[in-house]
Design a protein around this ligand. Sequence first.
Ligand SMILES: Nc1ncnc2c1ncn2[C@@H]1O[C@H](COP(=O)(O)OP(=O)(O)OP(=O)(O)O)[C@@H](O)[C@H]1O
Ligand SMILES: [Mg+2]
Length: 390
Amino acid sequence: MSNTRIAAVDVGNDSIKALFGELEYELNIPNIVARDTEDRPVIGIEELDSKNPLDGIHIKVHSPALKENNAIYRVGNLATKSSNATELDPGSAKSEEDQTLVMLFATLALDAVKEETAEIFPRAKNVIDANYTLGTGLPLREVKEGKDAGYRSKLVGSVHQVEFLVTPKYQGLKVNIKFNEVKIYPEGFAAYINLVMDNQLKIINKDLIDKRILIQDIGGLSTDIAVIKNRNVDDDKAQGFNLGVSESLEAIREEIRTKHGVELDSRRDVVEIITRKNDRNHIMVKGSRTSVHDITDRILLELAKKEYRLLRNVWQKNSQTEICYFVGGGANVLKEYLKTLNNNLDGYNIEFFEDEKESIWMMANAYYKLITDFVRKTEKPKAVKEPVKN
Ligand SMILES: Nc1ncnc2c1ncn2[C@@H]1O[C@H](COP(=O)(O)OP(=O)(O)OP(=O)(O)O)[C@@H](O)[C@H]1O
Ligand SMILES: [Mg+2]
């Protein structure tokens, strides 16, 4: 059997987070795709070579798992600039969208084409045969509906090919992706695992393990609240809401544009302005340092109130809860607002992560822990010597 490589992939509505191998490589790609044609105009081949492949992901995807096979896509940053870009619709099922698969395959292919990966996966001319042991997740809601089985079988049953078209460095390369194994974990449960266990799945948080806890994951487009009891996710209590930070970030961007005439490139820029250590909530307007605190404060407080209402609602239904952890990128952005609201209102026992990366990479880290543990447990002891065939 050929080599297989571990991949832990969190397909977030806002961005994909992926960890590979011995954790030596990670990827974070905006979850955005746009349909395209064979040739996208580029200035010249020199420019193509010097650019970052991640800014020019332009691929054709062949896979029986897709509803639309052999379609061409711009992915991530490159798609942002397209007028026909699509982001996942909050109401849709992650497990049933082509976009989820396109993002997943693109992410794996970007790992497989790297020079560093060449020693693991065989390369014949321009074709790379990649084999992954994948840990990933789906929203609790979809797992509850049994959609994980269908999603898994779509992945394991076939070969999925990503062909790089006009992408810097990788133009003309094809990656055939096969899965040695695919494990799909429910998102809320994964967050819990990450909280209480280390990479060897040893318990690192004895105090927490038997507590009744809530995990409120504030993402780009959705908020999920997992209810943990008896070391397990309480399926019936978990709730998902179509509320995330993307809309508020967009509103801030829009108001800065109309009020100050300053066009920020993306929501990412807004995040930078509201979270940076120095000069937070300030922008330059015609060369003058200008506060946008009034705008950010009002919009974020509004969102924080909505998030707080969700917490209150779920806590009321789970009155014996001992602590709630806020995770996801939204937790970073709303941390101070939520703390203040909580101090002035119900005074729940709530907790945030100091390190913003920990909060955002929570799911990917959890899938990594779970999939490496799975591999450890199923690995057969290596035979001392292969019998010689002749
Ligand atoms: N340090 C940060 N780096 C990047 N994004 C951040 C950061 N802090 C906050 N954000 C913002 O938080 C939001 C949510 O990010 P997150 O990665 O948690 O969403 P997601 O998991 O992709 O989405 P969902 O949970 O809805 O599927 C994004 O809009 C992002 O811009
Ligand atoms: Mg998320």
